[in-house]
Design a binder for this molecule. Sequence first.
Ligand SMILES: [Zn+2]
Ligand SMILES: [Zn+2]
Ligand SMILES: [Zn+2]
Ligand SMILES: [Zn+2]
Length: 131
Amino acid sequence: MNECGHCFVKIGEEPAILANGKMWHVNHLLCDLCNCRISDGERCIPQNGIILCGDCHIKTTRPICKGCGDFIQTNLCEALNSTWHPTCFQCSVCQKPLDAEFHQMPNKMCVHADCFWELQLRIVVCKDLPK
Ligand SMILES: [Zn+2]
Ligand SMILES: [Zn+2]
Ligand SMILES: [Zn+2]
Ligand SMILES: [Zn+2]
């Protein structure tokens, strides 16, 4: 009495995959997010009653970079209560990745400690002298 979890047709002798506590026709085990076919042996992750392919599982469980809005697959930076790609967490002055020593400006821009001083100098230089 095994019905395919997708088409609800009884599965007889034909090959089937057991996933998420149900049987599925080999062609009917689909990712609930991207609808791609999940083949036997491929990563299939049941989550909250839906089935995800390996790719979608990564997407739904990976943190999102505050800088570019993309998913973070490997390295991440944690700063300012957010997660960032190391390459996205960069200095607004020199565009190089930030290290542990950085300053946050009142406008939320982050800059290297060195660049911060450079920026201060620039601000001072740009100011008009009082008449
Ligand atoms: Zn089916
Ligand atoms: Zn998917
Ligand atoms: Zn990013
Ligand atoms: Zn910098």
